[in-house]
Design a protein around this ligand. Sequence first.
Ligand code: BEZ
Length: 280
Amino acid sequence: MASNKKSNKLASNSNTRSAPVDDKEDSASKRQKVDSAPAPAPAPASTDRASMPALRLGATAPDFEAKTTQGDIKFHDWLGGSWAIFFSHPADKTPVCTTELGEVAKLQEEWTKRGVKTIGLSCNDLDSHEDWIKDINELSNVNLSFPIIADADRKIATLYDMLDEQDLTNVDQKGIPFTVRSVFIIDPSKKIRLTLQYPASTGRQFKEVLRCIDSLQLGDKHRITTPVNWQPAGEGVPKEASKVIVHPSVSNEEAEKIFGAGNVEYPKPYLRFTHLKQGS
Ligand code: BEZ
C-alpha cells in the first residue's frame, strides 16, 4: 500500500482515497485514473462483513471475545445489563487518539452517573496499549481504568465495520487499514441505539456522546423526543434549551394528562413542546 500510495494519481495531493480529479479533464481520462486507483487493502481478518448481521440501529451488538487491558472478555458478558459506549481508535500513540482517550477517562464520573460502561478498541497489541496508557495518564492527568481492546488482526474492527476506506495515511506499515473513529451506543438489552463515525483526522466531542445518551435515556423514560441543540436540564442551562418534544405517537389529550395541562405548547399541530420536571 505504501508504494501504491506514491503511484496513486488520484490521491497525489490528498490523503483521501476518493479525491476529485481535475474538472478540466475529459471523462475518459478521469475514468482511466479512477481505474488505475489502488484497490483498498482487503479486510485482513477472516471475518467477512457481507455475511454478517447489519449493524443497524435496533440490531443486537455482535458478540465477540477479546483481549483487553482489563483482561480477556466476552463482550456480551462484559456488557451485562448496562449501557455502554464502544469506540474505536485508529492506532496507539497517535496524536488525536491520545487526546480522545484522555478525555473519555476525564469524563469517568459522567459515564458512571448515567450507568454507562466505556470500552475502546485500537489496532495494536496489549503491550503497546499498556505503554500508551502510561502516556495518556501522564498527558491528561488521569488514571485510565476502562478496557481497551487489542485488535491488531482487525477481527473485531471488521465485525463492527470500523476499518478506514478513505484515508490513505490511516494504514499500518503493511498498508492494512486502521479503523476510523466509530462510536456505538449500546443499551442494556444489548441493542445498538446510536452510531457515530468520524474520520481519523477529526477528534470526537465526547460531551456530544453524553448528550446523545441523555436524550436516549430520557426518551426511554418519557414519551418525548429531543429537538435540535437540546441540552439536558441542569445548572446554567436556560429553560428554553432543555424543552423537549411530545412524541408524535402521543395525542394532545394524552400529552396534557402526562405532562400537565398548560405544560404543552403547540407551535404547530405536529410540533408540541413540553418541559419535564427537573430530575424526572
Ligand atoms: C491521530 O490519531 O492523530 C491520527 C491517526 C491516524 C491518522 C491520522 C491521525
